[in-house]
Design a protein around this ligand. Structure first.
Ligand code: URA
Length: 265
């Protein structure tokens, strides 16, 4: 027990936590509240994820995006959606090695959306398995959430952009219908947006991530609004460790929201 407490303290110091945010301590060893639903790892072909009605796309989009929209709308479960993405022509598909669809527990109620796969993700076909993914897992563990039980992960883009460059607007627009369908099929109660690319494109915001983070937004999914919390991308935290303090505050907000102590909208 003493070692666990020291480890938790070391993590906080490492993260730059240098002041108490609450008057009363939060007991993080208390049995987790309703959010975490113990569930087996996702089998994409499982019928547990029900088909949801597809949202209509706005008119005037390029034909490739309209075609992507129809293909996405036709997908009645996650396996079909994955297949539809795999069959969609894109220069990214030609340069990537593996399609990176999702990981974690689709039924958990918490969906986290990153930017795009990197080299490790491309090699293994799973999101957030490289250094930034390992940091993300440690961050989530610090608020009692595990990828194998409590959250689900995907990206704006399912293919790695060459050289890890930032996704272009055209790439984001092409794959957006698939992401919105992904959200409709998974039906999360809360969404976390990891970094500026998902935050700006999904919240249709002009501000950068440093202005958007730290509070819940109402994200339009095409089928209604969902609470979305933008936060700093773990890859940014690896480059700028001083920003872990802000990330920690976002995690506390997420935990308190999941516990029902704070409203998300
Ligand atoms: N960064 C992301 O945004 N997504 C990944 O899957 C890995 C790194």
């Amino acid at each position: 027990m003493r070692e666990e407490l020291l480890a938790a303290l070391r993590l906080q110091l490492d993260w730059g936590v240098d002041e108490a945010l609450e008057d009363a301590p939060i007991d993080r060893f208390r049995a987790p509240a309703p959010v975490p639903v113990a569930a087996p790892p996702p089998e994409l072909a499982q019928p547990a994820i029900r088909a949801a009605p597809a949202a209509p796309l706005p008119p005037g989009l390029p034909p490739a995006v309209l075609a992507a929209g129809s293909r996405a709308a036709a997908a009645q479960d996650l396996a079909a959606l994955r297949q539809a993405i795999a069959e969609t022509d894109s220069p990214l598909r030609d340069t990537a090695t593996n399609l990176v669809f999702a990981d974690g527990v689709a039924e958990s109620g918490l969906m986290m959306i990153g930017e795009a796969p990197g080299a490790d993700e491309d090699r293994l076909g799973r999101p957030f398995v490289g250094l930034s993914g390992q940091l993300l897992d440690r961050m989530m563990a610090s608020i009692g959430l595990e990828r194998s039980r409590n959250f689900y992960l995907t990206n704006i883009l399912p293919w790695r952009p060459p050289g890890n460059r930032t996704p272009t607007d055209g790439e984001i627009t092409l794959f957006l219908p698939f992401l919105l369908r992904h959200i409709a099929l998974v039906r999360p109660r809360h969404i976390v947006l990891l970094g500026g690319t998902p935050a700006k494109s999904l919240l249709r915001a002009k501000e950068g991530i440093t202005r958007l983070r730290g509070r819940w937004h109402q994200m339009e999914t095409g089928e209604g609004k969902l609470p979305a919390l933008p936060t700093l991308h773990p890859a940014y935290l690896l480059r700028s460790p001083a920003a872990k303090r802000e990330a920690w505050m976002d995690l506390v907000l997420l935990r308190r929201t999941l516990d029902g102590d704070v409203a998300s909208g």
